[in-house]
Design a protein around this ligand. Structure first.
Ligand code: HEC
Ligand code: HEC
Length: 228
């Protein structure tokens, strides 16, 4: 009885809703307009601002302001413009080819050169979030490797290229690492053992001398850094 009552109420509402949609569809057919066409046209608009591209194409994975909420997706907020531009071109050409990179290929391929510049500029201006600090021992060891390298193993200071506070530098095209997800940092440092990021010539050489423990300590230290 209850079921029949509910379905009776629903079907009344459904019919009214359906009536509205028939009207919308009829108007759309007459005028060639539909919400879907409007969305597509909007996305093809070459003059979309960086913010609009972020909301329409990047937010689901990286967050509207580039601070992703899942560590599966790197943070882009406050990343250097030159690095963002370079990586988008690397995805576009499918040169960056680690397993997760294929999720970026169609996204990057859909962007024009101007849109790449606009979105890189937008994310570079957002404020970055950061993770929690690790145990004092880990923080000390991580900071030491980051700022002085491991001379006995021939590991250079990371800060020489990535900047004193891991903020990234335009001159070396080394990215910001401060506040980045620990999991993503560990994953990429492991990717550098392979040839799946061919633009990362220096990193390919450097990781050969880092142990799994060095990598984890560095990632824990870096995820907690903030630059504001
Ligand atoms: C479906 C999810 C998804 C969407 C949508 C997406 N990304 Fe990504 N993005 C990823 C993943 C996954 C990675 C990590 C790839 C890897 O590990 O190589 C990534 C990596 C990146 C990187 C490299 C970051 C770094 O630190 O090296 C940039 C830059 C980037 N995305 C920009 C964008 C932009 C700009 C948009 C919107 C136009 C976007 N992404 C939309 C999933 C996505
Ligand atoms: C000689 C300069 C140089 C030094 C020294 C250096 N890096 Fe890099 N690093 C780079 C460049 C350039 C890239 C970007 C590679 C690319 O274009 O794919 C990079 C990329 C990275 C990435 C990938 C970040 C991302 O968002 O995908 C990580 C992680 C990283 N470096 C960590 C380190 C650590 C840890 C050290 C110290 C042990 C270090 N780097 C030392 C130049 C350097």
């Amino acid at each position: 009885m209850t079921t029949r009552l509910r379905s009776a109420t629903c079907s009344g509402a459904d019919q009214r809703a359906a009536g509205v949609w028939v009207l919308v569809a009829a108007l759309a057919l007459a005028g060639g307009w539909s919400p879907i066409n409007a969305w597509a046209a909007d996305r093809e608009d070459a003059a979309r601002s960086g913010k609009l591209i972020a909301v329409q194409d990047c937010e689901d994975c990286h967050g509207r302001d580039g601070n992703s909420i899942s560590s599966t997706f790197p943070k882009l907020a406050a990343q250097t413009e030159v690095y963002l531009t370079k990586q988008l071109r690397q995805f576009q050409g499918r040169h960056r080819a680690d397993p997760a990179a294929s999720r970026m290929w169609p996204v990057a391929e859909a962007l024009t050169e101007q849109q790449i510049k606009d979105i890189a500029s937008y994310f570079s201006q957002q404020k970055a979030s950061h993770g929690p600090a690790a145990d004092p021992d880990v923080m000390t060891r991580g900071q030491k490797i980051f700022q002085s390298g491991i001379p006995e193993k021939g590991v250079p200071a990371c800060s020489a290229c990535h900047g004193d506070n891991a903020e990234g530098t335009a001159a070396t095209e080394a990215p910001r690492l401060a506040g980045q997800w620990r999991r993503y940092l560990v994953e990429q440092l492991n990717v550098f053992y392979s040839d799946q990021r061919p633009s990362a010539v220096a990193m390919h050489a450097i990781v050969q001398s880092l142990s799994a423990q060095d990598i984890d300590v560095l990632a824990q230290y870096l995820q907690s850094l903030r630059t504001d």
